[in-house]
Design a protein around this ligand. Structure first.
Ligand SMILES: [Cu+2]
Length: 150
């Protein structure tokens, strides 16, 4: 009887462990670096020209948010994705151009797009911008991939 009880207790502890870890994460530990991630396409990947290429963006340790209707000042720590087409990452503090073919803004907080691409090499950057579309100072808020379409 005693043995059964101690097994139950140890299981209870195991189930509790992730919650304790999560609680510690918000405490005194240094905040993890924010990061933008191309979940697809894969860097160096080859994709068929007869179907659109699916893009999917990830954001870690940073809050993804749609741009509010009226923006006076950008919210701290909230941003949206920008896809740069055949262009480089912008420096921190720059405003990502709008109405420019090189940049697609995902201002509704969306994280996917399908693009029909011509055969050849294509490069993309994924860069986070705040409510005023200004790139953020933290390192790692821009990522790049190159793909081949054939
Ligand atoms: Cu933007």
């Amino acid at each position: 009887m005693r043995k059964v009880r101690s097994m139950v207790m140890s299981h209870g502890w195991l189930m509790l462990a992730p919650f304790l870890l999560a609680a510690c994460g918000g405490g005194e530990m240094p905040a993890p670096e924010p990061e933008v991630v191309f979940m697809s396409p894969e860097d160096g990947g080859t994709y068929p020209a007869d179907t659109p290429v699916s893009f999917q963006f990830g954001l870690e340790n940073y809050e993804l948010g749609a741009v509010p209707e009226e923006v006076v000042t950008a919210r701290d720590g909230v941003g949206h994705h920008h896809l740069g087409v055949n262009t480089d990452c912008l420096a921190a503090g720059e405003t990502i151009p709008q109405g420019d073919e090189s940049w697609v803004h995902f201002g509704s907080g969306n994280t996917t797009i399908d693009m029909q691409l011509e055969p050849g090499e294509h490069s993309f950057v994924l860069q986070l911008g705040d409510d005023l579309h200004v790139t953020q100072a933290a390192d790692g808020l821009c990522a790049s991939v190159s793909i081949t379409v054939e």
